[in-house]
Design a protein around this ligand. Structure first.
Ligand code: AHG
Ligand code: MN
Ligand code: MN
Length: 359
């Protein structure tokens, strides 16, 4: 696998310790995700290494799931449905369950988290002190895009990391229902033509690509910034008849001919949120999953999809809202709360919000 030797123009320069890697060799060939996380740890006075351990378990779980996804259909009987439905009322795919149990096992045993909430678990899982509890809270959509598993379309895992806010061993609602702007970090693994791990912390957004021969994630996208405006819109137009008028006006706006503003935009819709947002993050544009008559609060989950992806896209210079409110400003009230999602290039999301606000 050839690494992209060109350091992207707007990549954020590394601190001295990693600059040495640049001499004569592209830093992308030498910087692993583990090295990057350890390097970040050194910047925090009094860092205990707990976050590094947590991230280590997350990336190992991602490698395990990636390995199964890449041989689904020939490996263990992992395709198809479990015959069960989850708290969302959705049919659970075997790979949903496999990914959920893999991340719960590795993260839950890491001794770094006091609670895990998952799209596939009705209630939060609280890790008792005597089982090695820690100061972080891990939230995840263990497998996003499940309906695409059997047809070999890219799918992924989306996650958020918060710090426990309250003192004492008990995990309270105050710990579990924090606003998205309280996140310590967020990321996703995308199991596609290659497996990538995209990760945002307070230093920006970086992408790491898995070298399947070495089993290591190597830095491949050192400083991801989303273009201020894109040229594609991404929405399931099959729901058009269920939309309210102002949503129809937004989509019609992006379809109108207007050279000055680069319209009409192209339509791209994969039906796997992590893939649609990954393309939007790298190329620009807008992804929308609006409310409709069937889903008055939209289909996507605030905690497990909108909040982590909003953190990542905003860290890359983009914007994410429910059409009116910034996603990261919303204080959650339920574990599985749903929310309409408009996410992507700042100018494009602001255009959608402007039309949305017109009566
Ligand atoms: P999940 O597989 O975690 O349930 O998420 C599926 C979501 C998301 O991936 C995608 O954007 C959306 O469902 C597609 O919904 P439609 O089929 O209604 O377009
Ligand atoms: Mn999902
Ligand atoms: Mn899911």
């Amino acid at each position: 696998m050839r690494y992209n030797r060109r350091v992207s123009k707007n990549s954020q320069a590394f601190d001295p310790p990693l600059e040495a890697l640049r001499e004569g060799t592209s830093c992308m060939e030498r910087t692993t995700l583990v090295q990057y996380i350890r390097h970040q740890e050194k910047k925090f006075q009094g860092a205990t290494g707990e976050f590094t351990s947590l991230m280590n378990e997350i990336l190992i779980a991602a490698k395990i799931v990636s390995c199964q996804v890449n041989k689904a259909g020939i490996g263990e009987d992992i395709l198809g449905l479990t015959g069960r439905t989850n708290v969302q009322g959705e049919e659970v795919q075997k790979l949903d369950e496999y990914a959920n149990s893999t991340f719960i096992k590795l993260v839950g045993q890491s001794g770094t988290v006091c609670a895990i909430t998952s799209e596939e678990c009705k209630e939060p899982l609280k890790i008792p002190c005597n089982h090695g509890s820690g100061k972080y809270i891990f939230k995840m959509d263990p497998l996003d895009g499940s309906s695409n598993i059997d047809v070999n379309v890219s799918i992924g895992t989306i996650f958020s990391i918060f710090r426990k806010k309250t003192q004492g061993a008990d995990v309270t609602d105050e710990d579990l229902f924090q606003r998205g702007d309280q996140q310590v970090a967020a990321g996703y693994a995308i199991y596609g033509s290659s497996t990538m791990f995209v990760y945002a912390d307070n230093q920006g957004v970086r992408g790491f690509t898995l070298d399947p021969e070495l089993g290591e994630f190597f830095l491949s996208h050192p400083g991801i910034r989303i273009p201020a405006q894109g040229s594609t819109y991404s929405v399931n137009e099959g729901h058009y008849s269920k939309w309210e008028e102002r949503q129809k006006r937004i989509v019609n706006h992006f379809k109108e001919e207007d050279d000055k503003t680069g319209r009409p935009y192209g339509l791209r819709y994969i039906g796997s949120l992590v893939s649609d947002v990954h393309r939007t993050l790298l190329k620009g544009g807008i992804f929308m999953y609006p409310a409709d008559k069937k889903n008055p609060n939209g289909k996507l989950r605030l905690a497990f999809e909108a909040v982590p992806l909003a953190f990542i896209v905003e860290s890359a210079g983009g914007r994410a809202s429910d059409g009116t409110r910034r996603i990261l400003d919303i204080t959650p009230t339920e574990v599985h709360q749903r929310v309409p999602l408009y996410i992507g290039s700042k100018d494009d999301v602001e255009t959608a919000e402007r039309i949305f606000a017109e009566s």
